[in-house]
Design a protein around this ligand. Structure first.
Ligand SMILES: NC(=O)c1ccc[n+]([C@@H]2O[C@H](COP(=O)([O-])OP(=O)(O)OC[C@H]3O[C@@H](n4cnc5c(N)ncnc54)[C@H](O)[C@@H]3O)[C@@H](O)[C@H]2O)c1
Ligand SMILES: O=C(O)C(=O)C[C@]1(C(=O)O)C=C[C@@H](O)C=C1
Length: 351
Protein backbone atom coordinates (compact mmCIF):
# COMPACT_ATOMS: atom_id res chain seq x y z
CA UNK A 1 0.00 0.00 0.00
CA UNK A 2 1.39 3.44 -0.90
CA UNK A 3 0.16 4.99 2.37
CA UNK A 4 -2.95 6.47 0.77
CA UNK A 5 -6.00 4.55 -0.35
CA UNK A 6 -5.87 0.73 -0.10
CA UNK A 7 -6.12 -1.36 -3.27
CA UNK A 8 -9.42 -3.05 -2.55
CA UNK A 9 -10.83 -6.18 -4.13
CA UNK A 10 -14.53 -7.07 -3.70
CA UNK A 11 -15.63 -10.70 -4.15
CA UNK A 12 -19.36 -10.95 -4.87
CA UNK A 13 -20.98 -8.17 -6.92
CA UNK A 14 -24.58 -8.44 -5.69
CA UNK A 15 -26.55 -5.82 -3.76
CA UNK A 16 -23.99 -5.38 -0.97
CA UNK A 17 -20.71 -5.95 -2.86
CA UNK A 18 -21.72 -3.62 -5.72
CA UNK A 19 -23.03 -0.98 -3.29
CA UNK A 20 -19.70 -1.00 -1.43
CA UNK A 21 -17.82 -0.92 -4.76
CA UNK A 22 -19.82 2.09 -6.00
CA UNK A 23 -19.45 3.90 -2.67
CA UNK A 24 -15.68 3.36 -2.35
CA UNK A 25 -15.02 4.09 -6.06
CA UNK A 26 -16.90 7.37 -5.66
CA UNK A 27 -14.49 8.24 -2.83
CA UNK A 28 -11.56 7.61 -5.19
CA UNK A 29 -10.57 4.19 -3.85
CA UNK A 30 -8.88 1.84 -6.35
CA UNK A 31 -11.51 -0.94 -6.43
CA UNK A 32 -11.62 -4.18 -8.41
CA UNK A 33 -14.65 -6.46 -8.25
CA UNK A 34 -15.38 -10.04 -9.28
CA UNK A 35 -18.43 -12.29 -9.27
CA UNK A 36 -18.88 -16.01 -9.90
CA UNK A 37 -21.54 -15.05 -12.46
CA UNK A 38 -19.89 -13.41 -15.53
CA UNK A 39 -23.00 -11.34 -16.39
CA UNK A 40 -23.17 -9.92 -12.86
CA UNK A 41 -19.46 -9.14 -12.98
CA UNK A 42 -19.84 -7.28 -16.30
CA UNK A 43 -22.82 -5.37 -14.90
CA UNK A 44 -20.83 -4.39 -11.79
CA UNK A 45 -18.06 -2.95 -13.97
CA UNK A 46 -20.62 -1.10 -16.10
CA UNK A 47 -22.32 0.57 -13.11
CA UNK A 48 -19.04 1.80 -11.62
CA UNK A 49 -18.72 -0.74 -8.78
CA UNK A 50 -15.07 -1.43 -9.63
CA UNK A 51 -12.72 -2.43 -12.41
CA UNK A 52 -11.98 -5.94 -13.66
CA UNK A 53 -9.56 -7.90 -11.45
CA UNK A 54 -5.93 -7.32 -12.41
CA UNK A 55 -2.62 -9.04 -11.63
CA UNK A 56 -1.48 -7.09 -8.56
CA UNK A 57 -2.34 -8.32 -5.06
CA UNK A 58 -4.90 -6.26 -3.11
CA UNK A 59 -4.27 -4.65 0.30
CA UNK A 60 -7.85 -5.31 1.36
CA UNK A 61 -10.33 -7.99 0.27
CA UNK A 62 -14.06 -7.56 0.95
CA UNK A 63 -16.07 -10.79 0.67
CA UNK A 64 -19.75 -10.14 -0.17
CA UNK A 65 -21.03 -13.56 -1.22
CA UNK A 66 -24.11 -15.40 0.13
CA UNK A 67 -23.79 -16.17 3.87
CA UNK A 68 -23.34 -19.95 3.45
CA UNK A 69 -20.32 -19.38 1.16
CA UNK A 70 -18.66 -16.60 3.15
CA UNK A 71 -16.52 -18.84 5.41
CA UNK A 72 -15.04 -20.75 2.44
CA UNK A 73 -14.42 -17.63 0.35
CA UNK A 74 -12.83 -15.78 3.32
CA UNK A 75 -10.55 -18.77 4.02
CA UNK A 76 -9.64 -18.92 0.32
CA UNK A 77 -8.78 -15.20 0.21
CA UNK A 78 -6.59 -15.45 3.35
CA UNK A 79 -4.67 -18.33 1.73
CA UNK A 80 -4.45 -16.72 -1.71
CA UNK A 81 -3.18 -13.23 -0.71
CA UNK A 82 -0.57 -13.68 2.02
CA UNK A 83 -0.31 -9.95 2.84
CA UNK A 84 -3.91 -8.87 2.40
CA UNK A 85 -6.35 -8.03 5.16
CA UNK A 86 -9.68 -9.78 4.61
CA UNK A 87 -13.17 -8.82 5.74
CA UNK A 88 -16.65 -10.02 4.85
CA UNK A 89 -20.13 -8.55 5.20
CA UNK A 90 -22.20 -11.65 6.02
CA UNK A 91 -25.11 -11.21 8.39
CA UNK A 92 -23.78 -13.80 10.89
CA UNK A 93 -20.23 -13.42 12.24
CA UNK A 94 -19.11 -16.17 14.68
CA UNK A 95 -18.99 -19.16 12.24
CA UNK A 96 -16.98 -17.12 9.73
CA UNK A 97 -14.52 -15.94 12.40
CA UNK A 98 -14.02 -19.60 13.42
CA UNK A 99 -13.31 -20.61 9.79
CA UNK A 100 -10.88 -17.69 9.34
CA UNK A 101 -8.95 -18.67 12.50
CA UNK A 102 -8.86 -22.33 11.39
CA UNK A 103 -6.67 -21.27 8.43
CA UNK A 104 -3.99 -20.04 10.84
CA UNK A 105 -4.32 -16.51 9.35
CA UNK A 106 -7.15 -15.25 11.56
CA UNK A 107 -5.10 -12.22 12.66
CA UNK A 108 -5.60 -10.79 9.13
CA UNK A 109 -9.38 -11.26 9.28
CA UNK A 110 -11.88 -8.73 10.69
CA UNK A 111 -15.58 -9.57 10.40
CA UNK A 112 -17.91 -6.78 9.21
CA UNK A 113 -21.64 -6.29 9.05
CA UNK A 114 -23.19 -3.20 7.50
CA UNK A 115 -26.62 -2.84 9.12
CA UNK A 116 -28.35 -1.71 5.96
CA UNK A 117 -29.74 -3.51 2.99
CA UNK A 118 -32.79 -3.92 0.86
CA UNK A 119 -35.45 -6.53 0.29
CA UNK A 120 -34.20 -6.92 -3.30
CA UNK A 121 -30.91 -8.62 -4.22
CA UNK A 122 -28.46 -8.25 -7.08
CA UNK A 123 -26.14 -5.60 -8.53
CA UNK A 124 -29.01 -3.75 -10.21
CA UNK A 125 -30.40 -2.82 -6.79
CA UNK A 126 -27.00 -1.44 -5.64
CA UNK A 127 -26.73 2.10 -4.23
CA UNK A 128 -23.45 3.82 -3.31
CA UNK A 129 -25.04 5.55 -0.32
CA UNK A 130 -26.87 2.45 0.97
CA UNK A 131 -24.88 2.39 4.21
CA UNK A 132 -24.61 6.12 4.91
CA UNK A 133 -25.34 7.00 8.57
CA UNK A 134 -26.15 3.34 9.34
CA UNK A 135 -24.32 1.20 11.90
CA UNK A 136 -21.41 -0.85 10.48
CA UNK A 137 -20.31 -3.54 12.93
CA UNK A 138 -16.67 -4.67 13.15
CA UNK A 139 -15.83 -7.93 14.96
CA UNK A 140 -12.02 -7.92 15.37
CA UNK A 141 -11.94 -11.19 17.38
CA UNK A 142 -8.12 -11.44 17.60
CA UNK A 143 -7.13 -9.44 14.48
CA UNK A 144 -4.03 -7.23 14.45
CA UNK A 145 -4.35 -3.48 15.06
CA UNK A 146 -3.25 -2.94 11.43
CA UNK A 147 -6.07 -5.19 10.13
CA UNK A 148 -8.69 -3.45 12.29
CA UNK A 149 -7.47 -0.01 11.21
CA UNK A 150 -7.53 -0.96 7.52
CA UNK A 151 -11.02 -2.48 7.62
CA UNK A 152 -12.40 0.44 9.67
CA UNK A 153 -11.43 2.77 6.80
CA UNK A 154 -14.31 1.26 4.78
CA UNK A 155 -17.17 2.37 7.10
CA UNK A 156 -15.40 5.71 7.59
CA UNK A 157 -15.25 6.25 3.81
CA UNK A 158 -18.92 5.25 3.44
CA UNK A 159 -19.89 7.60 6.33
CA UNK A 160 -21.21 4.83 8.56
CA UNK A 161 -21.51 4.67 12.29
CA UNK A 162 -18.71 2.28 13.36
CA UNK A 163 -19.59 -0.19 16.14
CA UNK A 164 -17.06 -2.73 17.48
CA UNK A 165 -18.42 -5.98 18.98
CA UNK A 166 -17.52 -9.54 19.80
CA UNK A 167 -18.83 -11.92 17.10
CA UNK A 168 -21.02 -13.99 19.46
CA UNK A 169 -22.56 -10.85 21.00
CA UNK A 170 -23.23 -9.56 17.47
CA UNK A 171 -25.00 -12.78 16.46
CA UNK A 172 -27.19 -12.74 19.58
CA UNK A 173 -28.17 -9.10 18.98
CA UNK A 174 -28.94 -9.40 15.26
CA UNK A 175 -31.17 -12.42 15.95
CA UNK A 176 -33.45 -9.89 17.72
CA UNK A 177 -33.00 -6.74 15.62
CA UNK A 178 -32.82 -8.33 12.16
CA UNK A 179 -33.35 -12.08 11.84
CA UNK A 180 -36.54 -12.55 13.93
CA UNK A 181 -38.12 -9.41 12.35
CA UNK A 182 -37.71 -11.11 8.94
CA UNK A 183 -39.46 -14.25 10.23
CA UNK A 184 -42.26 -12.18 11.78
CA UNK A 185 -42.78 -10.08 8.62
CA UNK A 186 -42.94 -13.22 6.47
CA UNK A 187 -45.39 -14.90 8.89
CA UNK A 188 -47.73 -11.87 8.84
CA UNK A 189 -47.56 -11.75 5.03
CA UNK A 190 -48.07 -15.52 4.67
CA UNK A 191 -51.24 -15.26 6.81
CA UNK A 192 -52.80 -13.21 3.99
CA UNK A 193 -52.99 -16.49 2.04
CA UNK A 194 -56.56 -17.11 3.23
CA UNK A 195 -57.77 -13.82 1.68
CA UNK A 196 -58.99 -13.10 -1.84
CA UNK A 197 -57.62 -10.13 -3.82
CA UNK A 198 -60.43 -7.74 -2.84
CA UNK A 199 -59.75 -8.35 0.83
CA UNK A 200 -55.98 -7.91 0.41
CA UNK A 201 -56.72 -4.62 -1.39
CA UNK A 202 -58.10 -3.22 1.89
CA UNK A 203 -54.51 -3.07 3.19
CA UNK A 204 -53.51 0.21 4.79
CA UNK A 205 -50.13 1.54 5.76
CA UNK A 206 -49.91 -0.65 8.89
CA UNK A 207 -49.63 -3.86 6.88
CA UNK A 208 -47.14 -2.26 4.49
CA UNK A 209 -44.95 -1.08 7.37
CA UNK A 210 -44.88 -4.54 8.91
CA UNK A 211 -44.34 -6.54 5.70
CA UNK A 212 -41.84 -4.61 3.48
CA UNK A 213 -39.11 -7.16 4.11
CA UNK A 214 -41.48 -10.08 3.42
CA UNK A 215 -40.41 -9.61 -0.25
CA UNK A 216 -36.85 -10.73 0.67
CA UNK A 217 -34.85 -13.50 -1.03
CA UNK A 218 -35.54 -16.76 0.88
CA UNK A 219 -32.13 -18.20 -0.09
CA UNK A 220 -30.19 -15.55 1.83
CA UNK A 221 -32.45 -15.88 4.87
CA UNK A 222 -32.29 -19.69 4.87
CA UNK A 223 -28.49 -19.38 5.06
CA UNK A 224 -28.75 -16.83 7.88
CA UNK A 225 -31.20 -19.00 9.85
CA UNK A 226 -28.94 -22.04 9.56
CA UNK A 227 -25.82 -20.10 10.60
CA UNK A 228 -27.53 -18.33 13.54
CA UNK A 229 -30.02 -21.05 14.46
CA UNK A 230 -29.41 -21.04 18.22
CA UNK A 231 -29.94 -17.29 18.76
CA UNK A 232 -32.81 -17.18 16.26
CA UNK A 233 -34.69 -20.04 17.96
CA UNK A 234 -34.25 -18.36 21.38
CA UNK A 235 -35.72 -15.13 19.98
CA UNK A 236 -38.62 -16.89 18.25
CA UNK A 237 -39.43 -18.74 21.50
CA UNK A 238 -39.66 -15.37 23.28
CA UNK A 239 -42.00 -13.99 20.58
CA UNK A 240 -44.12 -17.16 20.42
CA UNK A 241 -44.55 -17.12 24.22
CA UNK A 242 -45.87 -13.55 24.00
CA UNK A 243 -48.25 -14.44 21.14
CA UNK A 244 -49.51 -17.51 23.04
CA UNK A 245 -50.20 -15.35 26.11
CA UNK A 246 -52.46 -13.15 23.98
CA UNK A 247 -54.14 -16.08 22.20
CA UNK A 248 -54.78 -18.10 25.38
CA UNK A 249 -55.80 -15.28 27.71
CA UNK A 250 -59.35 -15.16 29.13
CA UNK A 251 -59.16 -11.39 28.58
CA UNK A 252 -57.49 -10.94 25.21
CA UNK A 253 -57.74 -7.15 25.56
CA UNK A 254 -55.79 -7.14 28.83
CA UNK A 255 -53.11 -9.48 27.47
CA UNK A 256 -52.77 -7.36 24.33
CA UNK A 257 -52.59 -4.16 26.38
CA UNK A 258 -49.65 -5.62 28.28
CA UNK A 259 -47.90 -6.65 25.04
CA UNK A 260 -48.51 -3.29 23.35
CA UNK A 261 -47.35 -1.36 26.42
CA UNK A 262 -44.10 -3.33 26.55
CA UNK A 263 -43.71 -2.87 22.80
CA UNK A 264 -44.21 0.90 23.10
CA UNK A 265 -41.37 1.11 25.63
CA UNK A 266 -39.01 -0.88 23.41
CA UNK A 267 -39.91 0.74 20.07
CA UNK A 268 -39.01 4.14 21.55
CA UNK A 269 -35.46 2.80 22.00
CA UNK A 270 -34.94 2.13 18.26
CA UNK A 271 -32.69 4.90 16.91
CA UNK A 272 -34.02 7.10 14.11
CA UNK A 273 -32.73 8.16 10.70
CA UNK A 274 -29.18 9.15 11.67
CA UNK A 275 -28.74 6.68 14.50
CA UNK A 276 -29.57 9.30 17.13
CA UNK A 277 -32.76 9.78 19.08
CA UNK A 278 -35.94 9.14 17.12
CA UNK A 279 -37.25 12.39 15.63
CA UNK A 280 -40.87 13.34 15.56
CA UNK A 281 -41.93 14.10 12.00
CA UNK A 282 -45.35 15.26 10.88
CA UNK A 283 -46.91 13.50 7.87
CA UNK A 284 -48.41 15.67 5.12
CA UNK A 285 -50.35 13.38 2.79
CA UNK A 286 -50.97 14.60 -0.74
CA UNK A 287 -53.37 13.05 -3.27
CA UNK A 288 -51.32 12.60 -6.43
CA UNK A 289 -52.90 11.61 -9.78
CA UNK A 290 -51.40 8.32 -11.04
CA UNK A 291 -49.96 9.98 -14.17
CA UNK A 292 -46.39 10.30 -15.45
CA UNK A 293 -44.59 13.37 -14.11
CA UNK A 294 -46.99 14.14 -11.24
CA UNK A 295 -44.68 12.95 -8.48
CA UNK A 296 -41.83 14.94 -9.96
CA UNK A 297 -44.10 18.03 -10.09
CA UNK A 298 -45.03 17.55 -6.43
CA UNK A 299 -41.39 17.23 -5.34
CA UNK A 300 -40.43 20.30 -7.39
CA UNK A 301 -43.19 22.29 -5.66
CA UNK A 302 -41.94 21.07 -2.26
CA UNK A 303 -38.38 22.07 -3.18
CA UNK A 304 -39.56 25.52 -4.29
CA UNK A 305 -40.92 26.11 -0.76
CA UNK A 306 -37.54 25.15 0.72
CA UNK A 307 -38.94 22.49 3.08
CA UNK A 308 -36.73 19.47 3.69
CA UNK A 309 -38.53 16.14 3.26
CA UNK A 310 -37.20 13.79 5.98
CA UNK A 311 -38.91 10.71 4.56
CA UNK A 312 -41.43 9.86 1.85
CA UNK A 313 -43.90 7.00 1.44
CA UNK A 314 -46.15 6.32 -1.55
CA UNK A 315 -49.35 4.30 -1.31
CA UNK A 316 -51.20 3.34 -4.49
CA UNK A 317 -54.94 3.20 -4.23
CA UNK A 318 -56.01 -0.06 -5.95
CA UNK A 319 -59.35 1.14 -7.34
CA UNK A 320 -58.59 4.79 -7.98
CA UNK A 321 -56.34 6.59 -10.46
CA UNK A 322 -54.48 8.34 -7.62
CA UNK A 323 -51.74 7.59 -5.13
CA UNK A 324 -51.31 8.90 -1.61
CA UNK A 325 -47.87 10.43 -1.19
CA UNK A 326 -46.92 11.16 2.40
CA UNK A 327 -44.17 13.69 3.01
CA UNK A 328 -42.70 13.50 6.52
CA UNK A 329 -41.41 16.90 7.65
CA UNK A 330 -40.27 18.61 10.85
CA UNK A 331 -43.23 19.75 13.01
CA UNK A 332 -42.36 23.46 12.54
CA UNK A 333 -42.62 23.06 8.75
CA UNK A 334 -45.81 21.01 8.37
CA UNK A 335 -48.37 23.87 8.27
CA UNK A 336 -46.20 26.00 5.98
CA UNK A 337 -45.83 23.06 3.57
CA UNK A 338 -49.56 22.26 3.58
CA UNK A 339 -50.45 25.92 2.83
CA UNK A 340 -47.86 26.14 0.04
CA UNK A 341 -49.03 22.91 -1.59
CA UNK A 342 -52.68 24.02 -1.48
CA UNK A 343 -51.54 27.27 -3.17
CA UNK A 344 -49.92 25.09 -5.86
CA UNK A 345 -53.35 23.38 -6.27
CA UNK A 346 -52.49 20.09 -4.59
CA UNK A 347 -55.19 18.28 -2.62
CA UNK A 348 -54.10 17.43 0.94
CA UNK A 349 -55.64 14.28 2.48
CA UNK A 350 -57.08 14.49 5.99
CA UNK A 351 -54.65 12.94 8.48
N1 LIG B 1 -29.17 -8.00 1.46
C1 LIG B 1 -29.02 -7.38 2.61
O1 LIG B 1 -29.92 -6.67 3.05
C2 LIG B 1 -27.73 -7.53 3.38
C3 LIG B 1 -27.35 -6.54 4.28
C4 LIG B 1 -26.13 -6.66 4.96
C5 LIG B 1 -25.31 -7.77 4.73
N2 LIG B 1 -25.72 -8.71 3.83
C6 LIG B 1 -24.81 -9.84 3.57
O2 LIG B 1 -24.14 -9.52 2.38
C7 LIG B 1 -23.82 -10.71 1.65
C8 LIG B 1 -24.26 -10.55 0.20
O3 LIG B 1 -25.65 -10.33 0.17
P1 LIG B 1 -26.35 -9.66 -1.10
O4 LIG B 1 -27.69 -9.18 -0.64
O5 LIG B 1 -25.41 -8.73 -1.77
O6 LIG B 1 -26.56 -10.95 -2.01
P2 LIG B 1 -26.68 -11.02 -3.62
O7 LIG B 1 -27.36 -12.31 -3.89
O8 LIG B 1 -27.29 -9.77 -4.15
O9 LIG B 1 -25.16 -11.10 -4.10
C9 LIG B 1 -24.29 -12.18 -3.85
C10 LIG B 1 -23.38 -12.30 -5.04
O10 LIG B 1 -22.31 -13.22 -4.74
C11 LIG B 1 -22.01 -13.91 -5.96
N3 LIG B 1 -21.24 -15.10 -5.62
C12 LIG B 1 -21.67 -16.27 -5.10
N4 LIG B 1 -20.63 -17.09 -4.87
C13 LIG B 1 -19.50 -16.44 -5.27
C14 LIG B 1 -18.12 -16.75 -5.29
N5 LIG B 1 -17.67 -17.92 -4.83
N6 LIG B 1 -17.26 -15.82 -5.79
C15 LIG B 1 -17.69 -14.65 -6.27
N7 LIG B 1 -19.00 -14.30 -6.28
C16 LIG B 1 -19.90 -15.17 -5.77
C17 LIG B 1 -23.36 -14.17 -6.57
O11 LIG B 1 -23.27 -14.46 -7.96
C18 LIG B 1 -24.07 -12.84 -6.30
O12 LIG B 1 -23.92 -11.93 -7.36
C19 LIG B 1 -24.51 -11.85 2.40
O13 LIG B 1 -23.54 -12.58 3.09
C20 LIG B 1 -25.47 -11.17 3.33
O14 LIG B 1 -25.62 -11.89 4.56
C21 LIG B 1 -26.88 -8.61 3.14
O1 LIG C 1 -33.76 -3.05 5.22
C1 LIG C 1 -33.75 -4.20 4.83
O2 LIG C 1 -34.28 -4.51 3.78
C2 LIG C 1 -33.03 -5.21 5.62
O3 LIG C 1 -33.58 -6.22 5.90
C3 LIG C 1 -31.65 -4.96 5.99
C4 LIG C 1 -31.04 -5.84 7.05
C5 LIG C 1 -31.75 -5.59 8.39
O4 LIG C 1 -32.33 -6.51 8.96
O5 LIG C 1 -31.68 -4.47 8.86
C6 LIG C 1 -31.11 -7.25 6.66
C7 LIG C 1 -30.09 -8.12 6.79
C8 LIG C 1 -28.74 -7.65 6.93
O6 LIG C 1 -27.87 -8.53 7.49
C9 LIG C 1 -28.62 -6.28 7.38
C10 LIG C 1 -29.64 -5.41 7.22
Amino acid sequence: MDGSLPRTHVIGAGLIGASIGIGLSAEGWPVTIEDADPETQALAHAIGAGRAPEGSAPDLVIVAVPPALAATVVAGALERWADAVVTDVASVKAPIARAAHATGHGDRYVGSHPMAGREISGALAAQGDLFKARPWVLCPNGATAHAVELVSRVPHALQCDLVTMDADAHDAAVARVSHAPQVAASAVAAALGTLGPDDVALAGQGLRDVTRIAASDPRMWADIARLNRHALVATLTHIIDDLEDVRDSDDVGEALTDLIERGRVEVARIPGKHGGAKREWIPVTVIVPDEPGQLLRLLSDVASVGVNVEDITIEHSPRQPVGLTTLHVLPAKADELSRALIAHEWEIAAS
